[in-house]
Design a protein around this ligand. Structure first.
Ligand code: ADP
Ligand code: MG
Length: 249
């Protein structure tokens, strides 16, 4: 469980201002969703946490300590990072893929692979399988198990559910939320899907052109709060829900 603080973080790529002076506090143990259209700066902001992106100015702090202060490998050991096209090593079994995370972190395997499979709700017999013998959803669960292998307490998810079919997406989303609650993680979920954010997060932040333009709870958003930019995104799942409601009438 770790708090994350962004303090006036700015990042440019040439003429593009990807992150425009973001200041934000993510409480330890909270589940925050970062929502916005493509190109709004979500991935860039997320990557400043594990130092895949270095801000031009400003700071990112984990538990009050600047992420730039120590060596990057030690920082990344405490952070699970899962992205859409997570690469499993195709020539290694599921168990070997998960064990790599442990080895990098210098943690002895000693039964942890089985434990991690349980954690992401995969049957233990998938341990001996190769990645191409798994479904997309199962592969993504292995990716999460590997990301958590070192005992990370901060979980960064970048469109981690994006490539999955809706049913798998729903069940993996629920599994991630359960994992967050059970392990007491701090989770930052990046998504372009407002419905996903509303269903999983405690707090929803909307990004637009490198800035946070809305910060509200799912309950506030559903009741019409959070401002115009947020409501423009809420309108999509709302319209779908209303249509479904009409069908059942
Ligand atoms: P999102 O994840 O919300 O889609 P990104 O953080 O990926 O947005 O991108 C924000 C902006 O920064 C976009 O305009 C994108 O084109 C630009 N950008 C992101 N990464 C790079 C990069 N490595 N080089 C140049 N421009 C980049
Ligand atoms: Mg992105």
């Amino acid at each position: 469980m770790q708090s994350v603080t962004f303090d006036a973080v700015t990042k440019r790529y040439g003429d593009t201002l990807a992150i425009d002076g973001v200041s934000l506090a993510v409480a330890a143990g909270s589940f925050v969703a970062l929502v916005g259209t493509s190109g709004s700066g979500k991935s860039t902001l997320l990557k400043t946490v594990n130092r895949l992106v270095l801000p031009d100015s400003g700071h990112v702090l984990i538990d009050g300590v600047d992420v730039a202060a120590g060596p990057a490998p030690a920082l990344r050991r405490r952070i699970g990072y899962v992205f859409q096209s997570i690469g499993l090593f195709p020539h290694m079994t599921v168990a070997q893929n998960i064990a790599i995370g442990l080895r990098i972190a210098g943690v002895p395997e000693g039964g942890r692979v089985a434990e991690l499979l349980d954690l992401v709700e995969l049957p233990r017999d998938v341990a001996a399988r190769m990645p191409d013998a798994l479904s997309g959803g199962q592969r993504q669960r292995v990716g999460i198990a590997r990301a958590l292998a070192p005992g990370a307490t901060l979980l960064l998810l970048d469109e981690a559910l994006g490539a999955l079919d809706p049913v798998t997406r729903d069940s993996l989303g629920n599994a991630i939320r359960a994992l967050h609650d059970r392990l007491g993680l701090t989770t930052i979920l990046v998504t372009h899907d407002m419905a996903e954010a509303l269903l999983l997060a405690d707090r929803v932040l909307v990004m637009q052109a490198g800035r946070i333009v809305a910060d509200a709870t799912p309950a506030e958003l559903v009741r019409g709060g959070g401002g115009q930019a947020a409501q423009a995104l809420v309108a999509v799942p709302r319209a779908q829900a209303e249509l479904l409601g009409e069908l059942t009438r």
